[in-house]
Write a protein that binds this ligand. Structure first.
Ligand code: GDP
Length: 477
């Protein structure tokens, strides 16, 4: 709860400088636009013979609820795709190849701009690609609450097969519940062995359709631009199953996929609209920022007046730089937008001061007393593969009917930033067995409020987890 000095002056019928003078007496330097917390406002009010009545501020009253969609309002929208895979397997090459193969780009005379996402038109429909490949960016967005990707394209080089980051990408997509389409790349290379890729992925539960499984595969060469149409077709096939729809006839909401500070144009954010239509002049809040759409541009660099669901647009008119993953919501006017952003900044400061872990082994299930079956999500990292298997076995046996242990990702090797982000996005705890994070990774864990627990003896690890599970069980009455 906060009130601006200016608003307070108005409400009490005094001049703002009088309030600022009182604040100075209290050792607080404030401007007319500054927000005061309820306590400070209370002290100031008493000076003028007023009392502050605390009225709950709920931004929800200002935001337009999304439950109001009628089935007939829902219109099909294009799928949003993120490309993932091991380093050097061709993610960037594939993104570039698809982008330049889009015929409409050339026809429209536009020059492709890197704004964070782009869309391609095919005979079967449109597809939107996010420009930042890899599971780190994907999970970082998810850790901030943004689910923008509908489909993951997993790139696996036909001459290299499944590698460490391939497995990571699979686990990150699974944890997010996002379906995968496999693109076996580098089919032009001499050592290409797609059967080996299919076998290795089948072992990870991704059996191809042609072998009786359910995973869609496409075979491509990003370098020679072969198989791209088929890949796009497979993506749209997968999208049909998902029945992606959105209501375009309402104020826009969406998420920031990229943001940058431009010398001439100020703070720019690329927005992927999830529902509604964004128009020039709309007022909005976005994370801790607010603004008004002064101008917007599509992925061809063309100035546009409006944009609908799943369309990437670069928006000009933020009061400050937003962050990738921030939710963007249109509101009635700039005053409302600013009020909500002020409130959020206050709350953010309070949260930073509180610095609590999102989930801890000791407390996590107390926070969900209404769930009958509880799930303890873990990311397990070990020094060697052998201990990983032993730990996974022991933990599998520790699962009970009431508490399930779910290892969302595991591997031999150091605890990485991407492990932290995955844990943060999935409300998981990290178990380090004979491994420790470096200082930078530790910082990220602190920032994301992720608990990391260290062990060097397996029975101690399992023992503590069992204890925590027993403690978390709802008491019998
Ligand atoms: P990323 O790290 O996954 O983004 O991989 P890049 O797109 O940077 O590609 C890594 C290397 O593989 C580059 O040297 C590319 O030229 C090469 N490459 C990518 N796709 C293909 C392909 O289809 N065939 C061949 N022969 N080389 C490829």
């Amino acid at each position: 709860d906060a009130i601006r000095v200016g608003d307070m002056a108005h409400q009490m019928g005094v001049k703002a400088p009088e309030i600022i003078r009182v604040l100075m007496g209290l050792g607080v330097l404030a401007t007319i636009n500054q927000s005061l917390d309820i306590e400070t406002a209370g002290v100031v009010a008493t000076e003028f013979g007023y009392e502050v009545e605390k009225v709950g501020f709920s931004e929800e009253t200002f935001l337009i609820p999304s439950e109001t969609d009628k089935p007939e309002d829902m219109k099909p929208r294009p799928p949003v795709v993120t490309i993932m895979g091991h380093v050097d397997h061709g993610k960037t090459s594939l993104l570039d190849a698809i982008r330049s193969s889009d015929v409409t780009a050339g026809e429209a005379g536009g020059i492709t701009q890197h704004i964070g996402a782009y869309h391609v038109q095919t005979a079967r429909g449109e597809v939107v690609f996010l420009d930042t490949p890899g599971h780190e960016a994907f999970t970082a967005m998810r850790a901030r609450g943004a689910k923008v990707t509908d489909i993951v394209v997993l790139v696996v080089a036909a001459d290299d097969g499944v590698m460490e980051q391939t497995r990571e990408a699979i686990n990150h997509s699974k944890a997010a519940g996002v379906p995968l389409v496999v693109a076996v790349n580098k089919m032009d290379k001499e050592g290409a062995n797609p059967d080996r890729v299919k076998r290795e992925l089948s072992e990870l539960g991704m059996m191809p359709e042609e072998w009786g499984g359910e995973t869609i595969y496409a075979y491509v060469s990003a370098k020679q631009r072969q198989g791209l149409d088929e890949l796009l077709e497979m993506i749209l096939l997968q999208a049909e199953v998902l029945e992606l729809k959105a209501n375009p006839d309402k104020p826009a909401r969406g998420h920031i996929v990229e943001a940058k500070l431009d010398k001439g144009r100020g703070s720019l954010g690329t927005l992927l609209i999830s529902e509604g239509t964004l128009r020039q002049g709309d007022a909005f809040v976005c994370g801790l920022q607010w603004g008004k759409v002064r101008a917007m541009f599509n992925d061809q660099g063309k100035k546009i007046k409006k944009a609908g669901p799943a369309m990437p647009v670069e928006v000009q008119g933020f009061d400050g730089l937003p962050e990738a993953g921030d939710e963007f919501v249109c509101v009635a006017d700039e005053k409302v937008a600013r009020r909500i952003a002020d409130e959020r900044q206050m709350k953010q400061r309070e949260r930073e001061l509180a610095k609590e872990s999102k989930v801890t082994l000791e407390s996590f299930l107390k926070s969900k007393p209404d769930q009958d079956v509880k799930t303890l999500n873990l990311v397990v990292k070990t020094d060697v593969q052998g201990s990983l298997e032993a730990i996974a076995d022991a933990l599998a046996k520790a699962s009970t009917e009431k508490v399930k242990i779910n290892i969302i990702h595991s591997g031999a090797g150091a605890i990485t930033e991407s492990d932290i982000l995955l844990a943060s996005a999935s409300e998981a705890i990290i178990i380090g067995f004979n491994v420790r994070p470096n200082a930078k990774v530790k910082d990220v864990a602190d920032q994301q409020h992720v608990e990391i627990r260290f062990y060097d003896i397996i029975y101690k690890l399992v023992g503590e987890i069992r204890d925590a599970m027993a403690g978390m069980l709802a008491p019998v009455i």
